[in-house]
Design a protein around this ligand. Sequence first.
Ligand SMILES: [Zn+2]
Length: 326
Amino acid sequence: VSRPVCTLGVDIGGSKIIAAVIGSDGQPGPRVLVPTPAALGPGAVLDAAIGAARDAIGAACDVAGERVVAACGVGTAGTVGPGGVISYATAILPGWAGTDVRESFARALGLPVLVLNDVHAAAAGESAHGAAAGCATAVIVSIGTGIGGALARDGKVLTGRTGSAGSVGHVPVPAAERRRCSCGGWNHLEAYASGPAITASYRESVGCPPGASPASGNPPALPVIADLARAGDPAARAAIGQAAGALGYALGGLLNVLDPDVVVIGGGVAALADLLSEPLRRGVAEHALPGPARAELRFSRLGPLAAVIGAGVAARPGRWLPHESR
Ligand SMILES: [Zn+2]
């Protein structure tokens, strides 16, 4: 008797960790969410993530009794080297680079473990059960504190030689000229179009010092700026529109190279879909060839669960890389 294969998905982000058992239909079991103890270092982050993973397995078994968890997929912030070791991470997870995530999870859980970048994981999720399901080729862009990206072909995500493939945020664009990027480079899209960059542009244009809004004295958060834009505030509309235009500029070039079926926009900033779509399409239309310009533009269907679902999807037996540990 064959039972449906479930896998465990874990999403390790800069502020929170999510774990859930993912069914073969892509449905997540009970979600376990804990804050990421980033400031306490990699050991504490691993402990918290492994604890969440165990709790998620326990919670799923309470619900479904006989569920069998075949493998574990871990999506994590940072660049993941071929052996599941973090090769590069920003200050969002101090000391994370060099951490052997795969070995730690495999030893603790006794399961085959696959580790991948969190945006690569989100792309695997959207490709299997989300906005890119059924599409042969997809470009996925995740816009939040930073800008990540991924390329998926037939549901598999191309990680590249060093695990960096799809880094849309680090494509140079003219709008970002002379801006320093989180990676240390200059002129990259992320420095102009990420959530914090949009907030900074708005502050600059209304002439108030960083950390203060003219109305309340509080720093205007992105949702507030979005509401101002919806109400017709020109500075708010400009900050969001220009960021979306720069994203379109970068995407136009990428579409010419890749000619994908669909582009999926995810991450926290995707909640601004109503404000992003038009300037984004205009930016794409300006730079993409007539064929690639017709790639469908969609917004994430799995939302904040894309990475945890995708990590579980990618870990399905036979789905991704050969499992290296048992
Ligand atoms: Zn960069």
